[in-house]
Design a binder for this molecule. Structure first.
Ligand SMILES: Nc1ncnc2c1ncn2[C@@H]1O[C@H](COP(=O)(O)OP(=O)(O)OP(=O)(O)O)[C@@H](O)[C@H]1O
Length: 643
């Protein structure tokens, strides 16, 4: 059926220079072949470690100018295969053996050919505050070294090809911002990956959660890309028959074994010849899914009229037998002999790591991060609102600071609360902003869009104006209304500086947490657990002299301590405070503060910078996860025997 749609595919393949042209420009067709591929995972349960086979000695090929669909029940190894083929398999508990050939030539690591590949992830990872056109221009400016005019032509051509002209300038959106529909978002995600004009495109469940007509549009787009000579491979969950009819090649995976690999149209006949006839007018993919599942076997029995309660072990045995029959039949079929790539044009390895220099990367990321912040109106409004509300609460509670001992207590209290609001505001802000950008950062890093260096510095600088605004606002409102330091202009600015430094330390801390803990809920819980001891040992609740030695590390690192102590020194510096009528005391000594205001500020700067540098290193680590190493088939066999 697909041939009816794409009658000229073979002509394209036989073109003299073996190159095909799409509106994006020329590219070299790619065929990818793998052989004797085994992927095992080591699973540790308590003291016992076992081996699980994820892909079981499989051989296969992805042909150029074909759209290959990988179908299989959940857990059959589809994503593992796709990730292996695209060089994205990252897990230190995996062991691999096998061979990979690109256009007939054996290669060690497909990542060296990243320029020719694209991977469209299951989730659409785009910035909610940017439109598809802006996302495409950002990616084009980062990843293409052609002239500005050519970039514009390519972006506009893509927008046309993707059929997203009408929504090209609408923001992508998310749960808070109304934006694109699911299908438009998916096509925009595919567009970002197509910008580099890749020859080989991997897609992980591109139509899951799309309605049937939108899913058909996406599949039609993939078909058009295949028609033009590209190699398209996609995992797909239970496609409709209209969608199934658009596949050129089909690969069926069950428990890490391939049981069919070949022309999608021939699959029905192939299984019919084995005695498994797909009923008339039923969806072939539904039928194949039923064949590949134990549950399918039960359904089959019910449909045959068997009404007894099914014995689980018997069903398991029967399914094992059926699976073995499929595997044996597949290995004795002609399909396995046809799995060869053509000796084809040699593919060039990536030229360089990045396409543009640090300064250009920095400027592009800076602009994007800055606009992302201000286009997130709810977030900015919320932060400003939070600062104002905190200030109002402080003003109301401390409307009368008092004169003697009670005045002392109140002043300590208000200064500690200002620090507390800033610490929580800084940590939460950093946790929130990085957690929503995390997947985008990882996707762009895998694509080598920019360096960690440029991302880190550009983002830090773009956020700085907002990190100055939020804590300052609170001090500005509170200071004069409450009447701290008897309204001394120098002390007022000093208090702002101290709070800005405290906020920066909190931001560094929050950033580190959000980098090392991918789950925002977990990161928030860890934050609360860690922040409480810091708070208790910040110098307000317990006097510095009475803190047990065991807690000293917390006092040295406390996010509250230096900001609070510096604020207290600032408030009472050179002031003899009248703690009782006629009796003066030095509040700094009451709290046993031994550091000077300047020392506290230097320590805050040191901690903010130090923790930020650790966060920077952590960004490097998460953006280049360790890849499983290739092993010999013999050592895999030994490991399997031992487990
Ligand atoms: N690193 C790992 N360690 C242990 N088991 C793993 C690992 N990665 C994958 N698996 C297991 O391997 C099997 C295949 O996983 P995979 O994600 O490839 O399946 P899938 O066919 O894509 O499933 P789905 O359709 O549900 O996405 C699953 O049982 C999964 O739990």
């Amino acid at each position: 059926m697909s041939d009816k749609l794409y009658a000229n595919r073979d002509e394209k393949l036989l073109s003299t220079d073996n190159r095909a042209e799409f509106s994006l420009g020329k590219f070299t067709p790619i065929e990818l072949e793998w052989d004797k591929l085994i992927i095992n995972a080591t699973i540790q349960v308590g003291q016992i470690s076992t081996q699980k086979c994820l892909l079981n000695n499989i051989k296969g090929v992805l042909k150029s100018a074909h759209f290959t669909a990988i179908l299989g029940p959940s857990g059959s190894g589809k994503t593992t295969l796709l990730n292996f083929l695209s060089g994205r398999l990252t897990s230190d508990n995996l062991q691999i053996s096998g061979e990979l050939m690109l256009n007939g030539k054996r290669i060690e690591d497909i990542v060296k050919f990243n320029d020719q590949l694209a991977y469209v992830m299951k989730d659409d990872i785009l910035l909610a505050t940017f439109s598809p056109r802006e996302a495409l221009y950002f990616s084009a400016n980062m990843r293409l070294t052609i002239s500005a005019e050519e970039k514009q032509q390519r972006v506009e051509a893509l927008i046309r090809e993707l059929g997203i002209k009408k929504c090209a300038d609408i923001r992508v959106g998310n749960t808070q911002i109304r934006g694109l529909s699911g299908g438009e978002r998916k096509r925009a995600s595919i567009g970002v990956e197509l910008l580099t004009n890749p020859s080989l495109i991997f897609l992980d469940e591109p139509i899951t959660s799309l309605d049937s007509s939108t899913a058909l549009k996406v599949i039609d787009l993939l078909n058009r890309l295949a028609k033009n000579g590209r190699t398209i491979v996609s995992t797909i969950h239970q496609p409709l028959s209209e969608i199934f009819n658009n596949f050129d090649r089909l690969m069926l995976l069950v428990r890490g074994n391939i049981i069919y690999q070949g022309d999608a149209e021939q699959a029905i006949n192939y299984f019919a010849n084995m005695g498994f006839q797909c009923p008339k007018f039923s969806n072939p993919s539904d039928y194949f899914m039923k064949l590949m599942n134990e549950e399918g076997l039960i359904v089959e029995k019910i449909q045959e009229g068997q009404s007894e309660v099914f014995d689980e072990t018997k069903i398991k045995e029967e399914f094992e037998e059926r699976l073995q029959q499929f595997i044996n039949n597949y290995y004795s079929s002609n399909m396995i002999r046809e799995l060869q790539t053509n000796e084809n044009s040699v593919i060039k390895e990536n030229d360089s790591e990045f396409h543009i220099g640090f300064i250009q990367q920095f400027v592009l990321i800076y602009k994007r991060s800055f606009f992302n912040e201000i286009r997130n109106p709810n977030y900015v409004k919320l932060k400003i609102f939070q600062s104002i509300i905190n200030a109002i609460i402080l003003m109301l509670v401390y409307s009368d600071l008092g004169k003697y001992n009670e005045g002392l207590q109140n002043r300590f209290g208000v200064l500690f609360l200002i620090c507390t609001f800033n610490v929580f505001g800084g940590i939460q802000g950093a946790l929130y902003t990085f957690s929503i950008e995390r997947s985008l950062f990882l996707r762009e890093r895998i694509n080598k869009t920019y360096s960690v260096h440029s991302f880190f510095w550009a983002r830090s600088l773009a956020e700085l104006p907002f990190q100055i605004l939020y804590p300052s606002l609170q001090v500005i409102i509170v200071y004069y209304v409450i009447g701290l330091s008897d309204i001394h202009i120098g002390k007022f600015f000093m208090l702002i500086l101290i709070q800005l430094l405290t906020y920066q330390y909190a931001v560094s801390f929050g950033l580190l947490l959000s980098i090392i803990i991918p789950n925002i809920q977990l990161a928030t819980s860890v934050m609360s657990v860690l922040v409480m001891p810091f708070m208790m040992l910040g110098g307000f609740f317990v006097n510095q002299d009475n803190i047990p030695y065991i807690f000293y590390p917390f006092t040295y690192l406390s996010i509250f301590r230096y900001g609070f102590q510096a604020s207290v020194i600032n408030e009472f510096d050179d002031v003899k405070y009248e703690c009782l009528p006629g009796q003066e005391c030095n509040p700094v000594e009451i709290l046993s503060i031994t550091l000077s205001k300047r020392e506290c500020c230097y320590i805050l700067i040191g901690l903010a910078v130090g923790i930020r540098m650790i966060a920077y290193q952590a960004l490097h680590v998460i953006s280049s996860p360790e890849k499983p190493k290739f092993r010999s088939p013999e050592s895999m066999q030994i490991m399997n025997n031992q487990s």
